[in-house]
Design a protein around this ligand. Sequence first.
Ligand code: FAD
Length: 289
Amino acid sequence: MKISEILKKNEPTLSFEVFPPKTSDKFDSVEAAADQIADLRPHFMSVTYGAAGTTRGFTTEIAASVLNHGVTPLAHLTCVNASRAATKEQLDSLKSHGIENILALRGDIPEGANPADWEFKHAHELMDFIKQNGDFCVGGACYPEKHPESPSVQADVQSLKIKQDAGCSFLTTQMFFDNSTFYNFLFKVREAGVTIPVVAGIMPVTNANQMAKIIKLSGAFIPRRYVALLDRWQDDPVALKQAAIAYATDQIIDLIANGVNHIHIYTMNKPEIAAKIQENLSSIIKKPE
Ligand code: FAD
């Protein structure tokens, strides 16, 4: 099923992200975790793509396994340093596995690379190419706290209009921990004429090291309330996990109460986290028919 159809209904949806393994010896355990998460029957599941190339084939395999478990998969695809010919092969492979939804991304620029030489410079060019090469539903990424390369949220939001014009049907946000950041962002997105659904990306961060990495990579703002719980339970992983799930649940309830219907959970391949959040919201987000 096309994700644009799933998001069209004026009802809350819950989707989960998994990432494929970096090495083949971990494939079976990651596939088992993805299958367990699929058995929870989310509205769809996304599978990330290794821009460095190590896990590319695994994205298709895990997405195909999700589909075999009866859940609509969303395969991520990046275009950093990718040729049109290689990208066409990826698209053909996705098509042959019955995958009809792609999250089209540029990917991070590797150190020392020269993007001027690339066949695709930005995600919207990949979106264009995908639309020309198959009947795919295409989504894209967005950043409530702006993309790190962008001079301002306004400048970044302009690139979302280009994505929409290139055939992008929905956007998924980078994780955020303060809903007011998201509401301000959404206001600017709509003001810029971007009308497609924006799916809110939520991550229950269950350890302090993970949070340090997130801040370094995305520059996300961490509210004092979250800092306090990381401080209080940094040496008690079970208590911290419970607190992080409660925080994420609270964030989601506030979003849905304010009309943000589509929620995407960065599960870090942990079925128990996906299951607990789904259970906490069982009367608020109905499972798909
Ligand atoms: P773009 O849309 O190309 O934007 C990159 C920068 O260029 C932004 O600053 C933007 O404002 C600017 N820009 C865009 N268009 C133009 C233009 N025409 N002219 C001038 N400037 C422009 N990475 C992976 O490697 N694998 C994944 O699976 C993956 N999944 C992700 C999922 C989500 C939901 C998110 C939010 C990110 C994900 N990423 C993933 C990370 C992503 O690849 C990086 O953030 C990357 O640096 C930017 O990708 P993009 O698609 O947003 O790029």
